[in-house]
Each structure stands twice: as C-alpha cells, then as structure tokens.
Design a protein around this ligand. Sequence first.
Ligand code: MSP
Length: 648
Amino acid sequence: MKNKKYYITTPIYYPSGNWHIGHCYTTVICDALARFHKMLGEDVFFLTGTDEHGQKIEKEAKKRGVTPIQFIDPLVAELKDMWRLLDISYDRFIRTTDKDHEECVKKIYQKLYDSGDIYKAEYSGYYCTPCESMWTEAQLVGGKCPDCGREVTLQKEESYFFRLSKYAPKILKLYKDNPEFLQPKSRVNEMVNNFLEAGLQDLCVSRTTVKWGVQLPFDKNHYAYVWIDALSNYISALGYLSEDDSLYKKYWPADLHMIGKEIVRFHAIIWPAILMALGEPVPKQVYGHGWLLIGGDKLSKSKQDAVKCELTDPYELVKRYGTDAVRYFLLREIPFGSDGEYTNERFLNRINADLANDLGNLVSRTQAMILQNFDGVPPRGKAEGVDGELIAMAEGLFGKVKDAVERLNAPDALSEIFAVISRANKYIDETTPWILAKDPGKKQRLGAVLYNLAETVRICAVMLKPFLTKAPALILKSFSCDENAGFESLKFGVLKEGAKIEKLPPVFPRVDVKKELAEVEKLVASLKKTETKTEMEENKKELITIDDFAKVEMRVGTVTACEPVKKSRLLHETVSIGGKNLSVLSGIAEHYTAEEMVGKRVIVVTNLPPREMKGILSEGMIICAQGPDGKLSVVAPEKDLPDGSLLS
Ligand code: MSP
C-alpha cells in the first residue's frame, strides 16, 4: 500500500540576521510534527527556507555597499546553522533566489496574466517597508502600518494588479465549507471581520522602483511583489510548472502551512486566491500560531534590547542548555494557538521541573536500582494492583499523543508523556523498591517493579523522539535498545530480560535557578556590549568625511514663483539665490500648495547636475525635513540672511 503523504511548511524567513528564540518557534513545532509523521511511516516532505527579495534587502545591501546576494549569503548560512543546532530535519531549504524558484514565479505571473487575473493600472497607496505590505489610507491606524505600527510611505506608480476582489466570496465559502482550512477559529473571525466582510481590493503585485526581485516575463520594467514571490515557494519547491513536477503531483496540496498569526492575511486570503486563480487546490490547513512575548510585546530584536536581561539568542541558549532544552521549552511552554511570555526564569523553571527532575530522576533512579540489584534488566513479573495503572497509562500513551499531534498541539502531546513520567515517579514512591531490596524474599517483586519502570522509561523515550532529538536516543541506547526504534515498538513488554544497562550521566543536569539567573544576566550584559561595538563599527561604514560634505554646495534662497506640475507630486519653483533665478522641481505637492510656497525662504542644493522631469528642467533641490507623521517641512535659515548665502 502507498504511504500516506504529509507536506508541511514553515514560512520562509527574512534573512535579517537578528535571530531570536521567537523565530525558532514555528520551525521547531513543524520539525516535531514532521518527525512524528515520519515515525508514523508517512511519506513526509518538510519545507523551510528564506525570503530574500524586496526593498528591505535592497536597502540594507546598499547601505553596506555590497550586492544583495553578498549581503544575504552569510545570513542564510547563519540561519541554516541555527537549524542544524536545533536539529531541524527539513527536506528542502528553498531560497527565493534559487533559479528554479525564480523561473516558477515568472510562470505563475505569466499564467495569471494570460488568464486575465493580472492587469495593468495606476497604483497609489501606502507601503510599509519592514512588513513589505501595502495599505490604503483607510486601513492605516493613526497614519501608521496597522500590522507593526511603523511609518509608511506614500507610493504612486504604474503597476500590475491581481484581481483579488473577485475571490472574496470564494474565500468566504472556503472558510464556511472547510472549517479546518484556517485554524485556530479566532483567526477566521479576524480575517472575516477585518478584511473579507468589507470586500477585498485588487492587489498591486508589481513594482518598478524595487529591482531586487523577479522580473516579470511580460514587462521587463516590473518586478514581482515580494509576497507573491514568497508565497509561491510552497509550490515552486515541488517543481510546479517545471519539466519535472512529480513532487508537486505527489505532495500538493500541502497538509499544513504553519505560520505566525501576523502573516495569516497573506496565507489565508491572498495565497488561496492566487491558487484558485491558477486553478490549483488550496492547502488543507493554515495554522496561525501565537507569539513568544517579552514584557507583553512580540519578541523582536528591538524589544530584546530594551528589556534588561532576557537571554533570547538561540545560539547561546543551545550552547548553555542544549538542543533538547530549547526545543522542549518552545514545544511545551506556550499554550498552543495563544501567546506566551518568555523569561529566563520561566525557561529555567520549565527545564528544571520537567527535564531534570521528572524525566532525569526517573531515568537515573531506575538505572541505579537495576544496576544495584540485578545484572541487567530483570524479567517482567506478574502485574499487581498498582502496576496495572502504570502499564495502562504507558500502553495508552501513543493514542493520546497521536490525538494531540493531530490537533497540532505539541504542549498537550508533551504533557501526556510527562503525565506518564510523573506517574512512574509516583509508582516508585508507592512500590518503595529500596525497601523491597532489603528483603531477599521480595527479589522477584523488586524485579517486576524495576522492569515496569524500565519499560515505562523506554516507551516514554520512544514517544519523546519527535520532540527531543538527543536524550531519547541516549536513553534507549543505555537500555541496550535500538535508538532508531519507532512506534511499532510501543507495546509494553518489548524490553528484553537481561538487557544490559549503561548508566547515563545526568541527561539534564539540575540548575540552581537563582545562581543561574545571575549568571545569565551577566552573560546578556556582555553580549549586549559586544553587539553595540559591532553596531558602531558597522555604522562607521556609513560615515562621510568632511571633504565629502564640503562637496555639497547649499545656498539660502527665496521662492519667487511656484506652480503645480500636472499629474505629479511635483511643484515647480523659481528660487532666487541672489542675482540668479533657479528652476527647481520638488516632490512636495502633497505637503504644500503652490501659493504657500511663494515667498518662503529655503535652502537649495545648487551643485547637483540639472535633471529634466515632466519636460521641466530642475537645477537644484530644496531641503526638507520629514516629521514623525511623514509630513515634509521646508527648512529655512534661522536669521534673515541675504539670498545666495552659502551654507558651511
Ligand atoms: N518572510 C515572511 C514569511 C513569508 S512566507 C511565504 C516572514 N518572515 S519572518 O522571518 O519575519 O518570520 C518567520 C516566522 O517567525 C513567522 O512564522 C513568524 O511568525 C515567526 N516569529 C517571529 N517572531 C516571533 C515571535 N516572537 N514569536 C513566535 N513566532 C514569531 O514573516
């Protein structure tokens, strides 16, 4: 029989380089789910990667004087390194700069253009560069990006549009007919109330000003909008529209797109609409998980700097506490679907309580008692009263964990496993093996108790394998069991009598939380110091010399005449700079009327090469400053200087 397939994806990451533990959340969850499905014998394809095009990268690279790819490559290597540290078992790491991906994006655009779902028109709207998203004026909150609250810029250009509006009723129907499509339920309400109910506007899907992207096949002046480029990764990775689309045929539609809640709009509205327009099936499920918070806000690089002492760097966390501890915290601590606060203390308490105390103690006590009293694992004895409950729990564990995994709920899955671990620790207290050991007549009973414990440990280790990647294998090996054992080995009683025990050093050493917190605070402070140093070094690159500055000629002037330039954001000023009149074009028509400009004192850059725009020659540039609301203000000299005065 053909194996069931399971196609799971993370979002593709912006190569920002400022990785924090919040970034690891989506990917660690996906990895645990992928591993679980692999252990079920399913044919799993697990995709992750990087989202490398767009304005943000173009700007950052320019700032550093390197090409975008020179800027990105080391960051991608860093991200891959992070995934290696966290044992992320992806099947493909896609980069949106991969040739096959770029080809696929072109074909997708061509197909949508040919079918009439992409058309050309004038775009005018507000752009949030950090989110790479477009907004109408009505959607802004207090003039800022409604998603992240940052500044937006007004942009007008000729663009291609995708007929998103046409798909609003189809998407509403999709939600209604397939309640599983978007989870958790609260996200459906957000999408319907905030976007779909009011109807959708067509989406601008090309840019002419941002050139770091995929060039459109039907118009070389235009480049693909980054979100369409990025979303396409889920099918380009499978060879969609390529010569060999066997993976696409095998794995699409995806079983699960796991994403953070802030990008649900793109995945649950735009993406299904694109797929519908392409005539392809939509993913079976999109899950918008919650965030790791710090001080009540989404954990982010800037937040992390502002908050005193939390250690959020994944490399440091893994170095200090190990891969399993970081994975365990992420998978266990945050109630699934909701947000959860991150603090050093919560992290340490969680790993101390569950991993060092519950699991660590159970393993070491069981092994120590077997080694003290028997040569190897004793034989299974006749079950007595209290044994039954433990055995039933261990035997029933797989069903419960599978059920939680089907609900994607890793915290529930782990809490089921740890309920059995706790029960086994309680079983030790109830059966008092150290007392049984003192009575030679109770040797057989002691053997049965220790067998039950060893077998429970083995079953829990197998069940933990999708979630933790180091300790389960060590535990299994120490009981002479196959570290590759899968779910087929879960029956109680599989452990062989006489199996040799190799005593493990503590798998999860207990930490003194108070002492450790103080150490971590010191570490964070020292990390911040080195970071500030490198930031300063980086900023140095952008400094200019006094000679550079001296090259710019700026003079005081007065606007003597001004008129708007038709169909543009430009004003055409005549500026007197003392004996000479300059013709100047400035993009300030949204901020000043022509009448307001006449008579204004201004500062003009006078040694720029003359430039023609809209058939008018511009011989200088009026200096303006931008306020926090994005409004421009003309800068004037403080004293009444004569026109032509030179700035120095
Ligand atoms: N590039 C887009 C996704 C395009 S998918 C077609 C993007 N990238 S990201 O790097 O900003 O985010 C990657 C993942 O990290 C997202 O799922 C995001 O929600 C997750 N997280 C980033 N910070 C987070 C927290 N503080 N908490 C939990 N997850 C968060 O978005």
